[in-house]
Design a protein around this ligand. Structure first.
Ligand SMILES: [Zn+2]
Length: 110
C-alpha cells in the first residue's frame, strides 16, 4: 500500500540521528539479535581492554561470544554454528555493551 504524501504536515520534534534510521533496517537487525540484548540469556559479561566477552544461551546450546576492538575495526568470534558473520550473538553483545555497560565485569589487570 503506497503511503499518502501529506505535504501539509510538519515535523514537530527534532529526530535524533539514531532514530532517523530506516525503520525496516533497525527492526530486522533488532529482530534477530534483539532477544539476547541485555537479556538473562547473556551471562558472564566481561569487558577487558577493548574486548567484550559473554556466554549466551542460544537456541542450540551455550555459545561463547567475543568482540575485540582492533585498529581497523572490530574482530569477533562466536562458537555458534551460524554461517552469518558477525552473527546475532556478536551483534547482541555489542548492543548490550552500548545499552548496559554496567552489567559487564571489568578487568583492568589479571
Ligand atoms: Zn553466534
Amino acid at each position: 500500500m503506497p503511503l499518502t504524501e501529506d505535504s501539509g504536515s510538519k515535523v514537530l520534534y527534532p529526530v535524533r540521528e539514531s532514530e532517523a534510521l530506516p525503520v525496516t533496517k533497525r527492526q530486522s537487525s533488532r529482530e534477530r539479535a534483539g532477544a539476547y540484548i541485555d537479556s538473562p540469556l547473556m551471562t558472564h559479561r566481561v569487558h577487558y581492554r577493548g574486548q567484550l566477552a559473554a556466554r549466551i544461551q542460544g537456541n542450540y546450546g551455550i555459545y561463547y561470544t567475543q568482540v575485540c576492538q582492533v585498529a581497523r575495526g572490530i574482530e569477533s568470534e562466536c562458537s555458534c554454528p551460524s554461517d552469518v558473520r558477525p552473527c546475532k550473538h556478536v551483534r547482541a553483545l555489542r548492543a548490550t555493551w552500548k545499552e548496559n555497560p554496567e552489567s559487564f565485569s571489568s578487568f583492568r589487570t589479571f
